[in-house]
Design a binder for this molecule. Sequence first.
Ligand SMILES: Nc1ncnc2c1ncn2[C@@H]1O[C@H](COP(=O)(O)OP(=O)(O)OP(=O)(O)O)[C@@H](O)[C@H]1O
Length: 232
Amino acid sequence: MTTTTAVRTGLALSGVTLTYPDGESRLTALDDVELSVAPGEFVAVVGPSGCGKSSLLAVAATLLRPDRGRVLIDGVDAGALGEQQRTSLRRERLGIVFQQSNLLASLTAVEQLLVLESVRGRRPAAARRRAEELLESVGLAGPKQLRRPHQLSGGERQRVNIARALFGSPSVLLVDEPTSALDHERGAQVVELLAGVTRTHGTATVMVTHDRELLGRTDRVLEMHDGRLTAR
Ligand SMILES: Nc1ncnc2c1ncn2[C@@H]1O[C@H](COP(=O)(O)OP(=O)(O)OP(=O)(O)O)[C@@H](O)[C@H]1O
């Protein structure tokens, strides 16, 4: 099955509950979570350590199956899909930016974007052009595109991460603590960039953070406490 025909409607979680084994009992990491993010909307989720933010992203990314509830990506119910179809859904519809910039040490910035290209089957020259344009759009132009991760700053590496997440034209962008390794000014620039790409690429963007000073550029802020999500 291919999911490419689905219309872009963004991300919707309804009644999502996730538990982990915890000795004899189970720990509830997500408790009846409702979340709906439209295309072009930038939503922040804040909350203390251990409240369930990473679990929320993992479920939204279809990497973890919830005990109960539904996860819809562009209206496609991830729970109804087999493993292979979920992998396709993820590849075609989701962009994920992790906390650590998990770039491959031996590859240049432009190669980080192209590394998955053989899977997608775009023509090499067109793919390279797109990679260069995307890197430029996140503020990495010219020779910096040919640098390896250790030759880039933390903020620049995070920009490569964001460009890489956008490479497959995702409709949902999931971002985990993108500023945790950055000082305030660079963190603010990365959030500004995420606000910009949300508009220009029309992604339904969810950013998890504990840095409350960076929330001014988001459309909506949700609070997470003990696995429960509420509007602020
Ligand atoms: N694989 C696991 N097995 C058991 N319990 C887990 C597992 N992963 C997370 N937890 C627990 O689930 C709860 C939510 O964890 P989660 O990592 O989602 O929180 P978080 O808000 O992302 O925390 P942080 O801000 O510290 O990264 C915590 O109590 C955590 O200890």
